[in-house]
Structure formats: structure tokens, C-alpha cells
Design a protein around this ligand. Structure first.
Ligand SMILES: C[S@@+](CC[C@H](N)C(=O)[O-])C[C@H]1O[C@@H](n2cnc3c(N)ncnc32)[C@H](O)[C@@H]1O
Length: 368
């Protein structure tokens, strides 16, 4: 998913036993903690089940024109929250760290927005099974410590009855962004209520939990990601979930190239999910820059919708922007199609004291 090469430095956080969670050793210099999966597949990323596409020319910049017709209605400032559940819970946060429950494990990771004090005492934080320390830069690598007993690389997780693998990656991530669950249940409802065959495109699909939710709901799914490793992981998740018989196309390709080709072919999708990183690379080194490429990408997504589409869901992490930036982009792009654009933030609700931790911006268009 990401190349190594960032410098590893010893973290200041996640202090030794015997220290209160709000005491100095627990303080974490978490400068840029947002998820990034920006690099192309790396050397061991050579699973023969996943074919990388042949080299090709970059997608030419699109000539965008303003759409005519009425802009979709709007709902702004919408906060979609993920509450603690048995599958996942944000337990507590503070001092630049978050304490989360991922299936069987309690995990501590840097969280730059947790500028408050932890609500729980040290004894609770000391129960952590895994602690990520290291370079907290977006491009940085780090390492995991297992204070109780050594743990394997992967472990069983679940989302709404769909099992999948969690994994301790060197980039602090564990294979799922639980706050996305609110979009997944929204999509699940759209698919089931449609009462007709539904085609879903999951761009920048990562480990595929959204693709599996869509497949379970009955959709025909196309999943696109630039990382062979992520695709292999996603296919393992499909097997683990017992959904191997469901129609999912796993495609390792640059998302922009894929979508541009689908437009040329006249392909159509009823639902499109896109969760692009701020910066990323396709399998052949294609550069993805959110601010440069998102307008073209959203325009292409509109262009490959079926005549009777259901929705488009965009999430953005790690960008210096208000949700209004992607909201207005989406409203312009879906002008003339009716429906509504809803935008706001995805947040995690903390179990310890109910504080909200913001994770990302979103904007979604839905046919009404
Ligand atoms: C933030 S993750 C997506 C998270 C996922 N949607 C979820 O909620 O679990 C971003 C993904 O984009 C992929 N990616 C980065 N650049 C890409 C590109 N140019 N084309 C396709 N995928 C890309 C990465 O490999 C990574 O898996």
C-alpha cells in the first residue's frame, strides 16, 4: 500500500507503565496523523492472482464545462457518527493519542486532534494489546509494540456480521476506517431498497470492506485500487467473509485511468464510492493529487452513472479544506440530475466521555 523509506524515530507517546495517561511520557508528538496510502505496490507485492495493467499514457486533463439545469438540493453541516460497538469502539482519547478496540484487541495510536486529556485512568490505557509508535508524519513509518503478549500480524475483525482481517501495518493503519461504516450502511440500504440489479463501483477501495457490504446486499461490485497488496488483502477478506461466490471484480489500476476507460466504453454504475487519498500513486507511478484531480474524477463519475443512478459517496481525509469545498464541487457536478447533496464530517463517538473525534470530510449525492 505504501512504500517504506520514511525515517523511523522513537515516539514520545504511550509511556511506560506507572505513568498517568496525561503525564509527560504519554504525550505524543502527532503532527500529521491522517491516513495515507499514497505509494504504489512494493517489491513483495507480486501476488500472481493480481495482474497489473500494461503501461499506458496518462489520462489527459478534462475540459470541464458548467452543467445546465437545477443544482441538487443541499444539506450541509451533517455529522455522521460511528458509535462504539462490539466490532469497533473509540474507547478514549487524549494527549495526542487514541485508545481503540478493534475486535479482540485494544490499540493505542497517535491522534493529533486529541488535544484534550484522557477521560479514563492509566489502568485502562495499560490494558492496551498493541501500541503504535514512530514517525507520525503522513509518509512516516513506525512500529508496533505488544505490551501484553506478542501478537501475530493479522487478527479477525468484523463489520456488521462481515468478518475480515485486521493487520498491524507499518503505517499505523489496521485495514479499516470504522467511521466509513455509516456510508456502508447507507449504501446497503440503497442497494436493498432498489429491488433491481445494482452495479457498485468502489474506487480507492483499500481492503474491500465496502465492496463486501455491497456484494452481500446483492450488488455486482467493481473494486479498484492501485495497491496489489491491498487487493490481495481484500480478496482474502472476501474468502474469510464467505462471500467468494458473490460477483466482485478486483482491479489493480490507477483509479483515474480506470474511470476514463469506463467512460470510453460506455459502462455504467448505479452507486459509486470514492475515498481518495490526498496524494497517491497508481501501479505505474501515475500521480494522484486530490486538489488537482478531484474535479475531473467527480465529473467522470457523473459521466459513468447509469440512467437511473442511486448515489455517489465521496470521502476526503488529510486535506486542508472545509467540507464546503467538496460539497460545492459535488453540487456543480450533479447539476441537472436532481437529487440532493449532503455534506459534513464523519466522526467517531468516544465511549469514555462521549467526545466527538473528527476523522474526515464527506459529500454524497443521492437521487431522491
Ligand atoms: C484511504 S485508503 C481507502 C480506504 C477505504 N476506502 C476504506 O474506507 O477502508 C486509499 C486507497 O487508495 C489507494 N490508492 C492510492 N492512489 C491510488 C490511485 N492512483 N489509484 C487507485 N488507488 C489508489 C491506496 O492503495 C489505498 O488503498
Amino acid at each position: 500500500m505504501k512504500s517504506s523509506g520514511g525515517k523511523t524515530r522513537k515516539a514520545k507517546g504511550a509511556g511506560p507503565k506507572g505513568t498517568a495517561p496525561n503525564a509527560a511520557p504519554y504525550r505524543q508528538a502527532a503532527t500529521k496523523p491522517r491516513p495515507q496510502f499514497a505509494k504504489p505496490a512494493q517489491a513483495p507485492d507480486n501476488d500472481s492472482r493480481v495482474k497489473a495493467p500494461p503501461r499506458s499514457e496518462p489520462v489527459p486533463k478534462r475540459v470541464l464545462t458548467r452543467r445546465s439545469g437545477a443544482r441538487p438540493t443541499e444539506k450541509t453541516g451533517l455529522i455522521l457518527e460511528t458509535r462504539p460497538s462490539d466490532d469497533y469502539a473509540l474507547l478514549d482519547s487524549g494527549n495526542g493519542l487514541k485508545l481503540e478496540q478493534y475486535g479482540p484487541y485494544r490499540i493505542i495510536r497517535p491522534e493529533g486532534q486529541a488535544i484534550w486529556l484522557p477521560a479514563w485512568n492509566k489502568a485502562e490505557w495499560d490494558k492496551a494489546d498493541a501500541i503504535f509508535t514512530g514517525n507520525t508524519d503522513e509518509e512516516g513509518v513506525g512500529r508496533w509494540h505488544f505490551p501484553q503478549v506478542p501478537l501475530g500480524e493479522t487478527w479477525p475483525m468484523a463489520y456488521d456480521g462481515i468478518p475480515f482481517f485486521g493487520r498491524f501495518t507499518s503505517f499505523r493503519h489496521v485495514g479499516v476506517f470504522p467511521e466509513q461504516g455509516t456510508h456502508w450502511s447507507h449504501m446497503d440500504t440503497l442497494i436493498r431498497n432498489a429491488k433491481r440489479p445494482v452495479k457498485v463501483l468502489n474506487l480507492f477501495g483499500y481492503t474491500g470492506v465496502a465492496s463486501l457490504v455491497a456484494a452481500r446486499a446483492g450488488a455486482e461490485v467493481t473494486h479498484v485500487d492501485a495497491s496489489k497488496k491491498a487487493i490481495v488483502w481484500a480478496r482474502e477478506n472476501q474468502e474469510m467473509a464467505g462471500l467468494s461466490g458473490k460477483p466482485v471484480r478486483w482491479i489493480c489500476e490507477d483509479a483515474m485511468k480506470f474511470v476514463a476507460r469506463e467512460e470510453r466504453r460506455g459502462s455504467g454504475y448505479d452507486i459509486i464510492l470514492l475515498d481518495p487519498p490526498a496524494y497517491g500513486r497508481g501501479p505505474n507511478g501515475e500521480v494522484w493529487q486530490l486538489f488537482d484531480n478531484l474535479p475531473d474524477m467527480v465529473d467522470l463519475c457523473r459521466s459513468i452513472l447509469t440512467p437511473n443512478p442511486l448515489g455517489v459517496v465521496l470521502t476526503a481525509y488529510s486535506i486542508r479544506a472545509s467540507f464546503f469545498a467538496i460539497h460545492e464541487l459535488m453540487r456543480d457536478a450533479f447539476t441537472g440530475l436532481g437529487g440532493e447533496v449532503q455534506s459534513g464530517e464523519l466522526i467517531l463517538r468516544e465511549r469514555s466521555s462521549g467526545r466527538a473525534l473528527s476523522t474526515s470530510l464527506f459529500s454524497r449525492w443521492g437521487a431522491k
